[in-house]
Write a protein that binds this ligand. Structure first.
Ligand SMILES: Nc1ncnc2c1ncn2[C@@H]1O[C@H](COP(=O)(O)OP(=O)(O)O)[C@@H](O)[C@H]1O
Ligand code: SF4
Ligand SMILES: [Mg+2]
Length: 437
């Protein structure tokens, strides 16, 4: 078993279209004493937690697309969940301003830490984790909607220039589809407008073809047929699944090679989720798109993805081929995530320990020292509370960042955490009273 530095995705079979190396994002905490919302700051909806933190989520991408918080769609449309309650003023320059030190005392939200991945044509990579684990921030970093604290992006092997330079060209290659199809489509514009806008912005209306023909082609690609029944419709006249298909068609309009889909089905009715997942699978197989599929549902990741990366509290804790990670999970967090996922094959068998009963994810302003999962981990050892585990190669292309894979721990390191028996639950509520680092 080899010990390696930093967890990374297994090598893709073809050259990656988009690669991230050591991406890290620390949001400065503003307000009284770095107080926090649910997980240390605010979620993606735009509203801040008490004294929470914010950065340039509201700023726009090259298509006029806002980040998850801002909800200005690619067509420049402001969605229902838009900038209401979001006090940051969206300015183009906000995106890549020099780093600020943080809030009072330099407090920051450790939203994403040292994440490396590569997205290759014809492959779906799933990023799985609970709410607040940094998935959306990762997507926004990859879409260049927020500026990384450190780390680099490579498009076709070439470093992406820092700053706003080349953002429009980048957006043509890398498109982001957001979770909430209500918020990402403008209720006052019809489907034609939403799909025509990126074509016009990027000068992509096909020569010789009317824009309507191009739009019809896009609607057909996302199985909204017959297209003429959808082209004049407004968002409120469409189902959630149809709206998400329009959002995907809008992303496809600029002929991207990489699609970042942030929880694209989690707000949809269960009955229509499969159709949208299959659409993504079709785009991978027939159009060879490189797709990042973000989800909190590991079962859907197994269904759709080639590779799974599991995130916990801003860090990747396990990665590998989707079937291997789900059939033979090595990291205790992945094991607990899977035990919470519905599995018909386990019907009638005794209940497995649930993740929820082991407390909530930690504060990302003051994450636990050592392994961030240790306050909830049923197998935590003394070393886990002190040192962050490196990533271990546990099998071909399969990595897990957990001290259980270390062969050379001494008895003290492998013993129980002081004041806590080895198989006991959390010694205290996660994120409370922990040492900070
Ligand atoms: N703009 C922001 N400013 C400050 N903190 C943020 C911002 N966006 C996200 N966060 C925080 O970063 C952490 C990760 O959030 P997020 O990436 O949305 O997680 P997920 O998508 O996995 O639910 C959370 O603690 C969240 O509150
Ligand atoms: S390093 Fe320790 S606390 Fe973290 S997952 Fe492994 S056993 Fe659990
Ligand atoms: Mg999210």
């Amino acid at each position: 078993m080899t010990q390696i530095q930093g967890i990374a995705q297994p090598p893709a079979t073809s050259a990656p279209a988009l690669e991230a190396r050591g991406l890290t994002k620390h949001f400065p905490v503003h307000g009284a004493g770095g107080a926090r919302g649910a997980n240390g700051a605010r979620g993606t909806g735009g509203a801040r937690g008490t004294g929470g933190a914010r950065e340039a989520d509201g700023a726009r991408g090259a298509n006029g697309a806002r980040g998850a918080g801002g909800a200005r769609g690619a067509g420049g449309a402001r969605g229902a969940g838009g900038a209401r309650g979001f006090r940051a003023r969206a300015r183009q320059g906000d995106l890549w301003r020099p780093a600020r030190a943080g809030g009072p005392g330099g407090a920051v939200v450790h939203a994403v830490e040292n994440v490396s991945l590569s997205l290759a044509a014809g492959q779906i990579t799933a990023v799985v984790g609970e709410s607040g684990s940094g998935k959306s921030t990762l997507a926004r970093l990859l879409a260049r909607l927020v500026r990384p604290t450190s780390g680099t992006l490579l498009l076709d092997g070439s470093p992406v220039p820092p700053g706003g330079r080349g953002r429009r060209g980048y957006a043509r290659q890398v498109q982001l589809v957001l979770q909430d199809p209500f918020a990402s489509l403008n209720p006052v514009h019809d489907v034609r407008y939403h799909l025509a806008r990126p074509l016009q912005v990027h000068g992509l209306a096909e020569p010789g073809a009317s824009i309507d023909e191009t739009i019809t082609g896009l609607l057909e690609r996302v199985a909204l047929t017959p297209a003429d029944q959808f082209i004049g419709k407004y968002p409120h006249e469409l189902s959630g699944g149809q709206r998400q298909r329009v959002a995907i068609a809008r992303a496809l309009a600029v002929q991207p090679r990489v699609l970042l889909a942030d929880e694209p089905v989690s707000m949809l009715d269960v009955s229509i989720r499969l159709g949208v997942l299959n659409l993504l699978g079709g785009l991978r197989d027939t159009e060879r798109l490189a797709i990042l599929y973000i989800t909190h549902d590991i079962a859907s990741a197994r269904y759709l993805a080639d590779t799974i990366m599991v995130m916990y509290a801003g860090q990747v804790v396990e990665s590998g081929p989707a079937e291997v990670v789900t059939d033979r999970p090595e990291h205790p967090y992945t094991q607990l995530l899977l035990s919470a996922a519905p599995d018909p094959e386990r019907a009638g068998q005794p209940e497995r320990p649930a993740l929820g009963s082991r407390g909530a994810p930690p504060s990302l302003v003051t994450p636990p020292p050592g392994c961030r999962f240790h306050p909830r981990c049923p197998r935590a050892m003394a070393i886990c509370a002190e040192a962050a585990p490196p990533a271990f190669d546990v099998a071909e292309g399969h990595q897990s960042a957990c001290w259980l894979h270390a062969a050379d721990l001494d008895a003290e390191q492998a013993g129980p955490i002081a004041g806590r028996k080895a198989s006991q639950g959390p010694a205290q509520a996660p994120g409370q009273g922990e040492e900070t680092h």
